[in-house]
Design a protein around this ligand. Structure first.
Ligand code: SAH
Length: 345
């Protein structure tokens, strides 16, 4: 087993059977060995620096109906909101003072915002904060729309592929959504010149270890700049309300494997990881992650951006979140830095 980890460490890739062997058979000792290797690689590229992204959840309206997600259109109990341009700029101002140099604009697929609206948001943020990076996470759009966003100054785009297996994709999404289109979006975004992030949920309903290996192979082939993975967590108002959450252990294992596959990738220790375990984000960093994404949304809307149940940090101001995370990172020997935290090509 250790030899396989060494092989992944030195060659940055394994084949299907080798990944499966690790996922199915790794023991506690070897897991620690894997984490050490992953930390070593992170340390080589980022030292003890942890990049931060200020997450602005600007709309919870969504036209889609992903079965796992609490803000899907089918959830008629969701309390919907939108932030207007001034609200968003005020989040940016708070964020800038706190040391954020990347803003992530995330939302449901909300038809209320035209491409021109998004372009205006990007333009105004860039005018006010020219030294900051903008990451968009607003779902599947056309090549032309992505191109407009890029031309307006957006730097990065997050679009998790969710699962690289067609059959599994169909079990998580209604028929109008397809893995083919989602992947096409990813290829379009990369071609246009975005720093692109993809990823998947760990322990989503019906997911098998074989599916996860397909995710790893897809990620290796696509070679994204960022990889976001976090545990699936059920939401009470969805079809998957009664499903089990993904596990901390498997998520950490996969963070470490992905760090060894893509040494320079930007990998967040996600809020979902912090939700299933009180030390989840720290453990994520110690398994090779190098990014955290605290919430910059106004406290008044935080509970409403409910993708899954029991999301942490919905009651705290942005400053408290930054301070809390900064402390948490220092306790494990890392430091939040004031930096855009771009991918190092
Ligand atoms: N509308 C955008 C943003 C989606 S929310 C898009 O389509 O990309 C960001 C991510 O949250 C999703 O890609 C999904 O992987 C994750 N997510 C959604 N519901 C979740 C749940 N119940 N548990 C854990 N993660 C979830």
């Amino acid at each position: 087993m250790k030899q396989l980890i060494d092989k992944l460490y030195t060659t940055n890739r394994l084949d299907t059977d080798e990944y499966l062997h690790i996922l199915n058979n790794i023991d506690a000792d070897t897991t620690q060995y894997l984490f050490e290797k992953a930390r070593l690689v992170s340390m080589q590229h980022f030292g003890t620096d942890i990049y931060t992204r200020g997450l602005i959840e600007f709309t919870n309206y969504c036209k889609n109906n992903c079965y796992y997600c609490g803000i899907g259109a089918a959830n008629t109990n969701a309390d919907r909101y939108r932030l207007d341009l001034e609200d968003i700029l005020s989040c940016c101002e708070t964020g800038y003072e706190l040391g954020f140099r990347t803003y992530v604009l995330q939302g449901g697929e909300d038809k209320h915002y035209s491409d021109d609206d998004i372009v205006e948001i990007i333009t105004r943020i860039k005018q006010g904060y020219p030294d900051c990076a903008i990451t968009l996470s607003v779902g599947e759009k056309s090549y032309a729309s992505y191109q407009k966003f890029f031309n307006a100054g957006a730097d990065r785009y997050l679009l998790r592929h969710e699962t690289a297996n067609e059959e599994h994709y169909k079990k998580l999404h209604p028929l109008n959504l397809s893995l083919t289109n989602r992947k096409q979006c990813l290829y379009d975004l990369k071609e246009i010149g975005f720093q692109v992030g993809t990823g998947f949920m760990v322990g989503s309903p019906y997911q098998t270890m074989e599916n996860i290996v397909e995710d790893l192979l897809f990620i290796k082939e696509f070679n994204p700049h960022m990889v976001g993975i976090g545990p699936f967590i059920p939401h009470s108002e969805t079809k998957f309300a009664k499903e089990a959450a993904g596990s901390l252990e498997l998520t950490l294992l996969l963070i470490a494997v992905i760090r060894l596959m893509l040494p320079k990738a930007l990998i967040p220790a996600t809020t979902a990881l912090g939700t299933i375990n009180s030390q989840g984000r720290e453990k994520g960093i110690l398994a090779g992650a190098n990014v955290v994404m605290p919430n910059l949304s106004p406290v008044s809307v935080r509970k409403k951006y409910s993708l899954y149940d029991n999301k942490i940090c919905t009651g705290e101001e942005a400053a408290e979140c930054r301070f809390c995370l900064s402390n948490r990172m220092q306790k494990i020997g890392y430091n939040l830095v004031v930096d855009r935290g771009d991918y190092k090509f």
